[in-house]
Design a protein around this ligand. Sequence first.
Ligand SMILES: [Zn+2]
Length: 113
Amino acid sequence: MQLDNKFQVQKFVCIGRNFGYPSCCIKDFVIGMDWRTDIDVSPVAGWEETCFIPCVKCRENPKTELIQMISNRRNVVDAFPSSAKGDSTLYDSIKDEVLEIVDECMSVIARFK
Ligand SMILES: [Zn+2]
């Protein structure tokens, strides 16, 4: 996949944020979706059934803490780690955070073009 469009990136960031994933993990995952970048987005041992790929930094944290954090940030009904439907709605409550992540993703991706 090639991510050249800001709205394309925004859609993925929104889904990740509504699922409650930490900003750092969303950022790495979205950047890694672009084949031109060098971020590995292969499933991580211990997280395979969750569809969530913790970033390198968060992999160091205890799994229970990360699950608790994700559960608290979640905007979807289904409790983590059970699967939920992707929601790419840019709610007011997450808007600033999402737009900041989108900008960061776009500037990193731009370096690989
Ligand atoms: Zn992270």
